[in-house]
Design a protein around this ligand. Structure first.
Ligand code: OGA
Ligand code: NI
Length: 343
């Protein structure tokens, strides 16, 4: 597939600081909303995240993935219990019931062991598991999350402004967001299966509000437009933004959560998605009508689900989805059988 630059590149520098001038934020907001209403994915530049940090993190991740699996298992996911952190081996995660051709490490906000949510064994909350080697992975991951979370908030401010809402509209859902960060390694396969026979990651949408993903130069990430799959061109310093299910839900379908997938690569690939999701206990309600009326709902969803029927806090939805991608682990830590999503 030839990379087609259908995804707009949006410079968000004008949204990053508190002193943003309204005229600039308005024009960036318009561009963000236009991209959200079209493919639902775009390349974010001007975010100010240090390219050296990015390069160092990718290098550290490569060093970790090159270790013997027995050493990587020292931070294996089962050791984190309900916190859902740590390493899983290739084939350990399922998308639509099929094992993905990737290994990875799951991280989230670093909470101290005495945080009330950790003491209560709240699923997906806890300290991270960091490897002994390479030791620098710990500080690089924490720095990366600190640097990229504000970019996600800036994009949400752009969406709010572009929809004619108050700049901080999204704070009600994500002043205390659920933040998940993952580093994936897609091992090269000399003779990758043909289309449909196996994927690095199969077709899916992300669960929360939005995802900001740093990919290396390998390529292979594809997003679905209205009528075809297109490759997301690797741009060295850009963060790929795609919309999650909760933006679809709160926009009553005006924005579409973006179906995407990853081809099995012939060269080792690293990708690093950060997911900014609503607060754990937040009930996501649709936006005020005025912001939705401008355009009608977009196309039907890829999986036929109807997110309007969703009920309960975000955690119910998230845990239901996670139960499908890590069924064994989910059973083992007993994060609650009652969380099957209602969509
Ligand atoms: C994901 C995802 C794509 C990639 O983690 O949800 O779609 O390039 N990742 O790794
Ligand atoms: Ni995804």
């Amino acid at each position: 597939m030839v990379p087609v630059p259908v995804l707009p590149t949006i410079d968000v520098a004008g949204l990053m600081s508190a002193s943003d001038d309204d005229r600039t934020t308005r024009s960036i907001g318009d561009a963000v909303v236009a991209a959200c209403s079209a493919v639902g994915a775009f390349q974010v530049v001007g975010h100010g995240v240090d390219p050296v940090l990015r390069a160092d993190l990718v290098a550290a991740a490569r060093r970790f993935f090159a270790l013997d699996p027995s050493e990587k298992a020292h931070i294996g996911m089962p050791l984190a219990g309900p916190a859902w952190r740590g390493w899983f081996p290739t084939g350990g995660e399922l998308t639509a019931g099929v094992p993905d051709g990737k290994e990875g490490i799951y991280f989230g906000l670093e909470l101290p062991p005495d945080d009330p949510r950790v003491l209560a064994r709240t699923p997906m909350h806890g300290p991270n598991l960091f490897p002994a080697r390479p030791a620098e992975l710990r500080s690089l991951v924490l720095e990366w999350m600190d640097a990229v979370v504000p970019v996600a908030h800036a994009v949400l401010r752009g969406i709010a402004v572009g929809l004619g809402l108050e700049r901080r509209w999204f704070d009600r859902w994500c002043a205390d967001p659920t933040v998940l960060f993952r580093i994936f390694h897609y091992p090269a396969v000399a003779d990758p299966p043909g289309p449909g026979a196996g994927w690095g990651v199969g077709e899916h949408t992300d669960y929360g509000l939005l995802t900001l993903l740093a990919q290396d130069g390998t390529g292979g990430l594809e997003v679905a437009t209205a009528d075809e799959w297109v490759e997301v061109e690797p741009i060295p310093d850009a963060l790929v933004c795609n919309l999650g299910d909760m933006l679809e839900r709160l926009s009553a379908g005006r924005f579409r959560a973006t179906p995407h997938r990853v081809r099995t690569p012939t060269i080792d690939r690293i990708s690093m998605p950060l997911f900014l999701d609503p607060g754990w206990d937040v009930v996501v309600e649709p936006l005020p009508r005025a912001a939705l009326d401008a355009e009608g709902p977009a196309r039907p969803r890829w999986d036929g689900a109807d997110l309007r029927g969703l009920d309960g806090p975000y955690s119910t939805y998230l845990l239901g989805r996670v139960a499908r991608v890590f069924p064994d682990l989910f059973e083992r830590v007993g994060a609650g059988a009652e969380v099957e999503p209602r969509v």
